[in-house]
Design a protein around this ligand. Structure first.
Ligand SMILES: [Zn+2]
Length: 309
């Protein structure tokens, strides 16, 4: 009974719905489906776009990292290249400075050589001859404190005197007295002296201890005969004095050598006769335990540039 009534009520309700109502319902359904579709499509599209954005972000990050890496590498390469170039330039500058240094060294050597009298390192003895017109460039008289007798006026090369003075001052500071007995002798003075010796000793004996004019180191102005107190004004016996021993041990430091040592083949032993040859040559001779006249002239000439160093 109740069901029948309900069916009847529904049927009546449907009959009551006009065409307008059906149209409205249809419209509503179409709208609902459309909204559903649009939502579904929009959702998937959003998902796609999100994925693309993530991919783009990832690409961007990767590209940015690569760019940074490249930039750092480029900076490093650039810095390395600059350093290499600067290094090359510095090397070249160094080479140029070296060349300029070498040239100025050569020029300096030439200037020194042009100002240095080559005769000052020549060997003069029975074999080697010095021109009769030769005279030292400049002479200075040895002050009275350094010479043996006020009656004599020994002169020495002006360039050599500072070395001599320092040597004699240092000897005196060590309580060793050394005096200059004679120094420069001109060609004619040497000639006169040799003449006197020949008269006194005969030419054979005189030749063994006194050089002929032109062969004497005394004409150079760089050689001296030393004496000390206690010998009665004689040169003989000088080798038995403390002065001689001090000179043997120290003279080379001041550029002086013993020209005619014991058992030399040029003259008799002359312990009093010392010649300036420069500190370098005197030192090398001393260290080699050799004598000036034992070395050949070419070896000795190489020291000319250092004569007054
Ligand atoms: Zn002498």
């Amino acid at each position: 009974m109740d069901i029948k009534i309900q069916k009847k009520e529904v049927h009546e309700f449907v009959k009551k719905l006009s065409h307008v109502h059906w149209f409205a319902i249809g419209g509503f359904l179409i709208l609902a489906i459309s909204i559903g579709y649009i939502s579904w499509y929009g959702y998937h599209r959003f998902q796609d776009l999100s994925g693309q954005i993530v991919a783009l972000q990832s690409n961007l990050a990767s590209t940015s990292q690569n760019f940074q890496n490249n930039l750092i590498q480029t900076q490093k390469n650039l810095a390395t290249n600059i350093q290499q170039n600067v290094g090359d330039i510095q090397n070249k500058l160094g080479d140029y400075q070296q060349q300029v240094g070498n040239l100025s060294g050569t020029l300096n050597t030439l200037q020194k050589l042009s100002k240095t009298d080559p005769q000052l390192l020549e060997k003069y003895s029975k074999v080697f001859f010095l021109n009769e017109n030769y005279a030292p460039a400049e002479l200075v008289e040895i002050p009275s404190d350094y010479k043996y007798s006020d009656l004599k006026h020994p002169q020495l090369s002006t360039q050599v005197w500072p070395y001599m003075k320092r040597m004699l001052d240092d000897a005196l500071a060590a309580n060793v007295k050394i005096f200059v007995f004679s120094a420069y002798r001109s060609f004619s003075e040497q000639s006169a002296l040799k003449g006197q010796y020949k008269v006194i000793y005969g030419s054979g004996t005189a030749n063994s201890f006194s050089a002929d004019q032109g062969y004497s180191e005394h004409q150079l102005g760089t050689a001296v005969d030393f004496i000390t107190s206690g010998l009665g004004g004689q040169l003989d016996g000088f080798d038995a004095t403390a002065s001689y021993n001090w000179l043997i041990a120290n003279a080379y430091r001041y550029g002086f050598i013993l020209s005619y040592p014991k058992s030399n083949s040029y003259y008799v032993f002359e312990p009093w006769h010392w010649r300036f040859v420069g500190v370098k040559l005197a030192t090398d001779l001393h260290n080699a335990n050799q004598n000036f006249y034992d070395w050949d002239q070419r070896t000795i000439d190489a020291y000319l540039v250092n004569l007054f160093d």
